[in-house]
Design a protein around this ligand. Structure first.
Ligand code: HAM
Length: 422
Protein backbone atom coordinates (compact mmCIF):
# COMPACT_ATOMS: atom_id res chain seq x y z
CA UNK A 1 0.00 0.00 0.00
CA UNK A 2 1.28 3.47 -0.81
CA UNK A 3 2.74 5.21 2.24
CA UNK A 4 1.06 8.45 3.28
CA UNK A 5 3.53 11.06 4.50
CA UNK A 6 3.17 14.55 5.90
CA UNK A 7 3.42 17.47 3.44
CA UNK A 8 6.85 18.81 2.57
CA UNK A 9 8.00 21.42 5.08
CA UNK A 10 5.37 20.44 7.68
CA UNK A 11 6.53 18.81 10.89
CA UNK A 12 4.93 16.43 13.37
CA UNK A 13 5.85 17.31 16.94
CA UNK A 14 5.76 14.39 19.37
CA UNK A 15 6.95 14.93 22.94
CA UNK A 16 9.59 12.48 24.13
CA UNK A 17 9.79 11.64 27.84
CA UNK A 18 13.28 10.17 27.66
CA UNK A 19 15.08 13.08 26.02
CA UNK A 20 14.08 16.59 26.98
CA UNK A 21 16.57 18.08 24.52
CA UNK A 22 14.62 16.91 21.48
CA UNK A 23 13.12 19.77 19.46
CA UNK A 24 9.41 18.96 20.10
CA UNK A 25 10.01 19.04 23.88
CA UNK A 26 11.90 22.31 23.57
CA UNK A 27 9.15 23.79 21.41
CA UNK A 28 6.39 22.88 23.89
CA UNK A 29 8.43 24.28 26.78
CA UNK A 30 9.36 27.48 24.91
CA UNK A 31 5.66 28.10 24.26
CA UNK A 32 4.91 27.82 28.00
CA UNK A 33 7.75 30.21 28.89
CA UNK A 34 6.57 32.76 26.30
CA UNK A 35 3.03 32.57 27.63
CA UNK A 36 4.27 33.28 31.15
CA UNK A 37 6.35 36.24 29.91
CA UNK A 38 3.32 37.71 28.12
CA UNK A 39 1.27 37.36 31.32
CA UNK A 40 4.09 39.02 33.23
CA UNK A 41 3.72 42.02 30.89
CA UNK A 42 -0.06 41.98 31.42
CA UNK A 43 -0.77 41.23 27.77
CA UNK A 44 -4.13 39.61 26.90
CA UNK A 45 -4.56 36.66 24.57
CA UNK A 46 -6.30 36.82 21.18
CA UNK A 47 -7.16 33.87 18.92
CA UNK A 48 -8.29 34.37 15.33
CA UNK A 49 -9.24 31.75 12.70
CA UNK A 50 -6.58 30.05 10.57
CA UNK A 51 -8.44 30.95 7.38
CA UNK A 52 -9.16 34.47 6.17
CA UNK A 53 -10.37 35.96 2.91
CA UNK A 54 -7.36 36.33 0.62
CA UNK A 55 -7.78 40.07 0.09
CA UNK A 56 -6.99 40.70 3.78
CA UNK A 57 -3.37 39.68 3.18
CA UNK A 58 -3.17 41.26 -0.26
CA UNK A 59 -4.20 44.57 1.24
CA UNK A 60 -2.00 44.40 4.36
CA UNK A 61 1.14 42.30 3.85
CA UNK A 62 1.24 43.80 0.34
CA UNK A 63 1.09 42.74 -3.28
CA UNK A 64 4.82 43.38 -3.76
CA UNK A 65 5.90 41.22 -0.81
CA UNK A 66 7.28 37.70 -1.40
CA UNK A 67 4.62 36.35 0.96
CA UNK A 68 1.68 37.53 -1.15
CA UNK A 69 3.48 37.15 -4.47
CA UNK A 70 4.39 33.50 -4.23
CA UNK A 71 3.96 32.00 -0.77
CA UNK A 72 0.23 32.04 0.02
CA UNK A 73 -1.74 28.84 0.51
CA UNK A 74 -4.82 30.08 -1.33
CA UNK A 75 -7.89 28.03 -2.33
CA UNK A 76 -11.39 28.56 -3.59
CA UNK A 77 -13.94 27.35 -1.03
CA UNK A 78 -17.14 25.54 -2.02
CA UNK A 79 -18.73 28.95 -2.55
CA UNK A 80 -15.96 29.98 -4.99
CA UNK A 81 -14.62 32.52 -2.46
CA UNK A 82 -10.84 32.94 -2.39
CA UNK A 83 -9.57 32.02 1.07
CA UNK A 84 -6.03 31.78 2.46
CA UNK A 85 -4.34 29.99 5.33
CA UNK A 86 -2.86 32.88 7.31
CA UNK A 87 0.83 33.51 6.55
CA UNK A 88 1.03 35.86 9.57
CA UNK A 89 -1.41 37.20 12.14
CA UNK A 90 -1.03 40.99 12.39
CA UNK A 91 -3.57 41.51 9.61
CA UNK A 92 -6.02 39.08 11.28
CA UNK A 93 -5.71 40.91 14.63
CA UNK A 94 -6.62 44.21 13.00
CA UNK A 95 -9.41 42.63 10.94
CA UNK A 96 -10.85 41.26 14.17
CA UNK A 97 -10.59 44.56 16.13
CA UNK A 98 -12.17 46.52 13.26
CA UNK A 99 -14.96 43.95 12.85
CA UNK A 100 -15.76 44.06 16.58
CA UNK A 101 -15.49 47.88 16.67
CA UNK A 102 -12.63 47.67 19.14
CA UNK A 103 -10.29 49.73 16.98
CA UNK A 104 -11.00 52.94 18.92
CA UNK A 105 -9.26 51.62 22.07
CA UNK A 106 -5.74 50.71 23.05
CA UNK A 107 -4.83 47.01 23.42
CA UNK A 108 -1.91 44.77 24.30
CA UNK A 109 -2.49 41.36 22.72
CA UNK A 110 -0.56 38.12 22.26
CA UNK A 111 -1.18 35.05 20.13
CA UNK A 112 0.38 31.69 19.40
CA UNK A 113 -0.23 29.26 16.58
CA UNK A 114 0.68 27.90 13.18
CA UNK A 115 1.23 30.02 10.06
CA UNK A 116 1.59 28.76 6.48
CA UNK A 117 3.94 30.00 3.77
CA UNK A 118 4.81 28.09 0.60
CA UNK A 119 8.58 28.63 0.94
CA UNK A 120 11.53 26.46 -0.07
CA UNK A 121 12.08 24.37 3.08
CA UNK A 122 15.51 24.35 4.70
CA UNK A 123 16.96 24.43 8.21
CA UNK A 124 14.77 26.78 10.25
CA UNK A 125 12.39 27.41 7.35
CA UNK A 126 9.16 25.42 7.11
CA UNK A 127 5.89 25.64 5.22
CA UNK A 128 3.92 25.27 8.42
CA UNK A 129 5.64 26.94 11.35
CA UNK A 130 4.54 28.40 14.66
CA UNK A 131 4.64 32.02 15.68
CA UNK A 132 4.00 33.71 18.99
CA UNK A 133 3.25 37.37 18.50
CA UNK A 134 2.58 40.55 20.42
CA UNK A 135 0.65 43.53 19.10
CA UNK A 136 0.56 46.80 21.07
CA UNK A 137 -2.15 49.02 19.62
CA UNK A 138 -3.25 52.57 20.33
CA UNK A 139 0.10 54.07 21.34
CA UNK A 140 2.20 56.55 19.35
CA UNK A 141 5.95 56.07 18.90
CA UNK A 142 7.73 56.15 22.24
CA UNK A 143 7.20 53.97 25.26
CA UNK A 144 5.61 51.15 23.24
CA UNK A 145 8.94 50.74 21.42
CA UNK A 146 10.70 50.37 24.79
CA UNK A 147 8.07 47.85 25.92
CA UNK A 148 8.66 45.68 22.82
CA UNK A 149 12.44 45.67 23.30
CA UNK A 150 11.90 44.92 26.99
CA UNK A 151 9.82 41.85 26.04
CA UNK A 152 12.57 40.69 23.66
CA UNK A 153 15.15 41.15 26.38
CA UNK A 154 13.04 39.08 28.81
CA UNK A 155 12.73 36.31 26.23
CA UNK A 156 16.49 36.27 25.69
CA UNK A 157 17.11 36.13 29.44
CA UNK A 158 14.47 33.54 30.36
CA UNK A 159 15.52 31.17 27.56
CA UNK A 160 19.24 31.87 28.08
CA UNK A 161 19.84 32.71 24.40
CA UNK A 162 23.56 32.97 23.70
CA UNK A 163 24.89 36.16 22.10
CA UNK A 164 21.62 37.49 20.67
CA UNK A 165 21.78 40.59 18.49
CA UNK A 166 18.84 42.94 18.12
CA UNK A 167 19.01 44.95 14.90
CA UNK A 168 16.95 48.12 14.76
CA UNK A 169 16.19 50.72 12.11
CA UNK A 170 13.67 53.44 11.37
CA UNK A 171 11.82 53.74 8.08
CA UNK A 172 10.66 57.29 8.77
CA UNK A 173 7.21 58.77 8.24
CA UNK A 174 5.31 58.90 4.96
CA UNK A 175 7.10 62.05 3.80
CA UNK A 176 10.67 61.15 4.79
CA UNK A 177 10.20 57.63 3.38
CA UNK A 178 9.14 59.11 0.04
CA UNK A 179 12.07 61.56 -0.02
CA UNK A 180 14.52 58.77 0.77
CA UNK A 181 13.03 56.43 -1.86
CA UNK A 182 13.20 59.18 -4.52
CA UNK A 183 16.87 59.78 -3.68
CA UNK A 184 17.59 56.03 -3.71
CA UNK A 185 15.96 55.54 -7.13
CA UNK A 186 17.83 58.56 -8.52
CA UNK A 187 21.14 57.20 -7.16
CA UNK A 188 20.57 53.69 -8.54
CA UNK A 189 19.45 54.73 -12.05
CA UNK A 190 23.00 54.77 -13.54
CA UNK A 191 23.64 51.28 -12.06
CA UNK A 192 20.54 49.62 -13.54
CA UNK A 193 22.51 47.37 -15.90
CA UNK A 194 24.43 45.96 -12.91
CA UNK A 195 21.35 45.13 -10.81
CA UNK A 196 19.96 41.62 -10.88
CA UNK A 197 16.39 41.13 -12.09
CA UNK A 198 14.81 40.92 -8.63
CA UNK A 199 16.41 44.21 -7.58
CA UNK A 200 15.41 45.88 -10.84
CA UNK A 201 11.77 44.90 -10.22
CA UNK A 202 12.02 46.28 -6.69
CA UNK A 203 13.47 49.52 -8.03
CA UNK A 204 10.13 50.12 -9.73
CA UNK A 205 7.69 48.56 -7.27
CA UNK A 206 9.21 48.93 -3.77
CA UNK A 207 12.66 50.59 -3.86
CA UNK A 208 13.17 50.39 -0.08
CA UNK A 209 13.46 46.62 -0.32
CA UNK A 210 16.60 46.91 -2.44
CA UNK A 211 18.41 47.70 0.82
CA UNK A 212 17.60 44.11 1.79
CA UNK A 213 19.13 42.64 -1.40
CA UNK A 214 21.08 39.39 -1.10
CA UNK A 215 23.28 40.36 -4.09
CA UNK A 216 26.80 41.36 -3.00
CA UNK A 217 27.13 43.57 -6.09
CA UNK A 218 23.98 45.51 -5.17
CA UNK A 219 25.20 45.83 -1.59
CA UNK A 220 28.49 47.22 -2.82
CA UNK A 221 26.72 49.77 -5.03
CA UNK A 222 24.59 50.78 -2.03
CA UNK A 223 27.59 51.57 0.19
CA UNK A 224 27.97 54.99 -1.50
CA UNK A 225 24.22 55.61 -1.80
CA UNK A 226 21.94 57.77 0.33
CA UNK A 227 21.56 56.74 4.01
CA UNK A 228 18.08 56.54 5.49
CA UNK A 229 19.28 58.21 8.71
CA UNK A 230 19.97 61.43 6.76
CA UNK A 231 16.24 61.69 6.03
CA UNK A 232 14.84 60.83 9.46
CA UNK A 233 13.31 63.30 11.92
CA UNK A 234 15.68 64.09 14.83
CA UNK A 235 13.13 62.65 17.28
CA UNK A 236 13.29 59.21 15.66
CA UNK A 237 17.09 59.16 15.67
CA UNK A 238 17.12 60.16 19.35
CA UNK A 239 14.63 57.43 20.21
CA UNK A 240 16.85 54.77 18.63
CA UNK A 241 19.87 56.07 20.56
CA UNK A 242 17.85 55.95 23.79
CA UNK A 243 16.81 52.38 23.10
CA UNK A 244 20.42 51.39 22.53
CA UNK A 245 21.59 53.06 25.74
CA UNK A 246 18.68 51.73 27.85
CA UNK A 247 19.13 48.08 26.90
CA UNK A 248 22.79 47.85 25.92
CA UNK A 249 23.77 46.39 29.32
CA UNK A 250 21.43 43.44 28.66
CA UNK A 251 21.96 42.65 25.00
CA UNK A 252 23.72 43.83 21.90
CA UNK A 253 21.62 46.29 19.90
CA UNK A 254 22.86 47.39 16.48
CA UNK A 255 21.42 50.12 14.29
CA UNK A 256 21.26 48.57 10.81
CA UNK A 257 20.27 51.09 8.16
CA UNK A 258 19.61 48.33 5.63
CA UNK A 259 16.98 46.58 7.77
CA UNK A 260 13.67 47.14 5.95
CA UNK A 261 11.60 43.92 6.61
CA UNK A 262 9.69 41.97 4.00
CA UNK A 263 6.11 43.07 4.71
CA UNK A 264 4.71 46.25 3.20
CA UNK A 265 2.82 47.58 6.22
CA UNK A 266 5.75 48.89 8.29
CA UNK A 267 5.97 52.59 8.91
CA UNK A 268 8.58 53.62 11.49
CA UNK A 269 10.70 51.69 13.95
CA UNK A 270 11.57 48.17 12.74
CA UNK A 271 13.68 45.42 14.29
CA UNK A 272 14.81 41.80 14.13
CA UNK A 273 16.60 39.58 16.62
CA UNK A 274 19.20 37.31 15.09
CA UNK A 275 21.64 34.65 16.22
CA UNK A 276 24.66 33.32 14.36
CA UNK A 277 23.83 29.86 15.80
CA UNK A 278 20.87 29.54 13.42
CA UNK A 279 22.69 29.47 10.06
CA UNK A 280 21.22 31.15 6.98
CA UNK A 281 17.76 31.71 8.50
CA UNK A 282 19.14 33.69 11.39
CA UNK A 283 16.16 35.87 12.45
CA UNK A 284 14.24 34.35 15.34
CA UNK A 285 11.82 37.26 15.65
CA UNK A 286 10.95 40.44 13.83
CA UNK A 287 8.49 43.28 13.78
CA UNK A 288 7.95 46.98 13.80
CA UNK A 289 5.50 49.84 13.78
CA UNK A 290 2.52 49.80 11.40
CA UNK A 291 0.63 53.03 12.13
CA UNK A 292 -1.33 53.16 8.85
CA UNK A 293 -2.55 49.57 8.61
CA UNK A 294 -5.74 49.85 10.66
CA UNK A 295 -7.03 52.76 8.58
CA UNK A 296 -5.84 51.07 5.41
CA UNK A 297 -8.00 48.06 6.29
CA UNK A 298 -11.06 50.26 6.79
CA UNK A 299 -10.70 50.93 10.51
CA UNK A 300 -9.83 53.93 12.66
CA UNK A 301 -6.51 55.72 12.86
CA UNK A 302 -4.84 53.34 15.31
CA UNK A 303 -1.06 53.58 15.81
CA UNK A 304 0.48 50.18 16.49
CA UNK A 305 3.68 48.23 16.93
CA UNK A 306 4.20 44.48 17.14
CA UNK A 307 6.40 41.49 16.56
CA UNK A 308 6.27 37.80 15.83
CA UNK A 309 8.62 35.15 17.14
CA UNK A 310 9.50 32.03 15.13
CA UNK A 311 8.90 29.33 17.74
CA UNK A 312 10.98 26.64 16.00
CA UNK A 313 13.98 28.96 15.60
CA UNK A 314 13.72 30.30 19.15
CA UNK A 315 13.45 26.74 20.52
CA UNK A 316 16.59 25.70 18.63
CA UNK A 317 18.41 28.50 20.47
CA UNK A 318 16.83 27.97 23.88
CA UNK A 319 19.11 26.64 26.60
CA UNK A 320 16.29 26.01 29.05
CA UNK A 321 14.60 22.63 29.28
CA UNK A 322 11.36 21.77 31.02
CA UNK A 323 12.01 21.58 34.78
CA UNK A 324 12.02 18.11 36.29
CA UNK A 325 8.68 17.35 37.87
CA UNK A 326 8.67 14.27 40.08
CA UNK A 327 7.18 11.45 38.08
CA UNK A 328 5.71 8.18 39.25
CA UNK A 329 5.10 5.12 37.13
CA UNK A 330 2.27 3.00 38.46
CA UNK A 331 2.64 -0.69 37.71
CA UNK A 332 -0.41 -2.88 38.13
CA UNK A 333 0.63 -6.51 37.97
CA UNK A 334 -2.45 -8.69 37.94
CA UNK A 335 -5.44 -8.35 35.65
CA UNK A 336 -7.78 -9.55 38.43
CA UNK A 337 -6.83 -6.64 40.60
CA UNK A 338 -7.10 -3.97 37.96
CA UNK A 339 -10.34 -2.16 38.90
CA UNK A 340 -9.39 -1.84 42.55
CA UNK A 341 -5.75 -1.10 41.73
CA UNK A 342 -6.77 1.46 39.14
CA UNK A 343 -8.99 3.19 41.72
CA UNK A 344 -5.99 3.48 44.08
CA UNK A 345 -3.93 5.04 41.31
CA UNK A 346 -6.81 7.31 40.30
CA UNK A 347 -7.22 8.62 43.87
CA UNK A 348 -3.47 9.26 44.21
CA UNK A 349 -3.52 11.75 41.34
CA UNK A 350 -5.78 14.17 43.21
CA UNK A 351 -3.40 14.26 46.21
CA UNK A 352 -0.62 16.18 44.52
CA UNK A 353 -1.00 18.17 41.31
CA UNK A 354 2.74 18.73 41.02
CA UNK A 355 3.48 15.12 40.22
CA UNK A 356 3.23 13.30 36.90
CA UNK A 357 1.49 9.93 37.36
CA UNK A 358 1.77 7.44 34.53
CA UNK A 359 -0.40 4.37 35.00
CA UNK A 360 1.10 1.76 32.70
CA UNK A 361 -1.80 0.42 30.68
CA UNK A 362 -0.21 -2.63 29.03
CA UNK A 363 -0.32 -6.25 30.20
CA UNK A 364 3.47 -6.80 30.34
CA UNK A 365 5.60 -8.42 33.02
CA UNK A 366 6.89 -6.54 36.08
CA UNK A 367 10.36 -6.60 34.51
CA UNK A 368 9.22 -5.03 31.24
CA UNK A 369 7.15 -2.42 33.06
CA UNK A 370 10.10 -1.45 35.26
CA UNK A 371 12.23 -1.17 32.14
CA UNK A 372 9.61 1.16 30.68
CA UNK A 373 9.49 3.25 33.89
CA UNK A 374 13.28 3.65 33.75
CA UNK A 375 13.19 4.59 30.07
CA UNK A 376 10.61 7.29 30.82
CA UNK A 377 12.89 8.70 33.55
CA UNK A 378 10.35 8.05 36.32
CA UNK A 379 11.54 8.83 39.86
CA UNK A 380 9.49 6.10 41.53
CA UNK A 381 7.58 2.99 40.54
CA UNK A 382 4.55 2.13 42.63
CA UNK A 383 3.82 -1.55 42.23
CA UNK A 384 0.36 -2.88 42.96
CA UNK A 385 -0.06 -6.65 42.84
CA UNK A 386 -2.60 -9.14 44.22
CA UNK A 387 -0.66 -9.77 47.42
CA UNK A 388 -0.36 -6.05 48.12
CA UNK A 389 -4.04 -5.47 47.51
CA UNK A 390 -5.02 -8.17 49.98
CA UNK A 391 -2.95 -6.47 52.66
CA UNK A 392 -3.92 -2.90 51.59
CA UNK A 393 -0.31 -2.08 50.74
CA UNK A 394 1.78 -1.16 47.69
CA UNK A 395 5.49 -1.38 46.89
CA UNK A 396 7.30 1.93 46.40
CA UNK A 397 10.54 1.56 44.45
CA UNK A 398 12.81 4.58 44.01
CA UNK A 399 14.27 4.55 40.48
CA UNK A 400 16.46 7.63 40.33
CA UNK A 401 18.60 6.60 43.30
CA UNK A 402 20.22 3.17 42.84
CA UNK A 403 21.11 2.82 46.53
CA UNK A 404 17.58 3.24 47.88
CA UNK A 405 15.70 0.09 48.75
CA UNK A 406 12.09 -0.53 47.82
CA UNK A 407 9.60 -0.34 50.68
CA UNK A 408 6.16 -1.78 51.31
CA UNK A 409 3.75 0.93 52.40
CA UNK A 410 0.20 0.73 53.62
CA UNK A 411 -2.30 2.90 51.77
CA UNK A 412 -2.53 5.60 54.47
CA UNK A 413 1.24 6.01 54.53
CA UNK A 414 1.23 6.10 50.73
CA UNK A 415 -1.21 9.06 50.79
CA UNK A 416 1.11 10.99 53.11
CA UNK A 417 4.16 10.03 51.06
CA UNK A 418 2.53 11.39 47.87
CA UNK A 419 1.24 14.55 49.56
CA UNK A 420 4.74 15.38 50.80
CA UNK A 421 6.54 14.85 47.48
CA UNK A 422 7.75 17.99 45.71
P1 HAM B 1 8.06 37.89 9.82
O1 HAM B 1 9.41 38.50 9.88
O2 HAM B 1 7.54 37.52 8.49
O3 HAM B 1 7.08 38.90 10.55
O4 HAM B 1 8.04 36.60 10.74
C1 HAM B 1 8.45 36.66 12.09
C2 HAM B 1 9.33 35.47 12.42
O5 HAM B 1 8.66 34.24 12.06
C3 HAM B 1 10.65 35.40 11.65
O6 HAM B 1 11.63 36.21 12.27
C4 HAM B 1 11.00 33.91 11.78
O7 HAM B 1 11.61 33.66 13.03
C5 HAM B 1 9.63 33.25 11.75
N1 HAM B 1 9.37 32.69 10.40
C6 HAM B 1 8.94 33.36 9.31
N2 HAM B 1 8.82 32.51 8.26
C7 HAM B 1 9.19 31.29 8.70
C8 HAM B 1 9.27 29.99 8.11
N3 HAM B 1 8.93 29.77 6.82
N4 HAM B 1 9.70 28.93 8.87
C9 HAM B 1 10.02 29.13 10.17
N5 HAM B 1 9.95 30.34 10.79
C10 HAM B 1 9.54 31.40 10.07
C11 HAM B 1 5.73 38.71 10.68
O8 HAM B 1 5.18 37.65 10.49
C12 HAM B 1 5.00 39.91 11.22
N6 HAM B 1 3.57 39.58 11.33
C13 HAM B 1 5.57 40.33 12.55
C14 HAM B 1 4.85 41.50 13.14
C15 HAM B 1 3.91 41.47 14.10
N7 HAM B 1 5.03 42.77 12.79
C16 HAM B 1 4.21 43.53 13.51
N8 HAM B 1 3.52 42.74 14.30
Amino acid sequence: MEKINSLTGMMDLIANKSNKEELPNKIFHTEKVLESIFKNFSISQIRTPSLEYTNLFERSVGETSDIVNKELYTFLDKNEKSITLRPERTASVLRSLIEKKLDGDSHKLWYLGPMWRYERPQKGRYRQFNQAGVEILGYEEGMAEFEIISIISSINKRLKIEKPIIKINHLGNHETKKNFCDALVEYLKPFQSKLEEKDLTRLNSNPLRILDSKSSETQEILTNGPRISEYLPKKSLEMMDMIVSTFSQECEIQIDQNLVRGLDYYTGFVFEAISSNLGAQDAYLGGGRYDNLCKHLGGKDLPAIGMAIGIERLSLLSNVLEGDKTSISIIIISNNTEPKAYKIAHDLRSLNNNINFDIQLSDGSLKSKLRRANKDNADYAIIIGEEELKSNTVIVKPLSDNDSEQTTMDLNDLDNFIKNLE
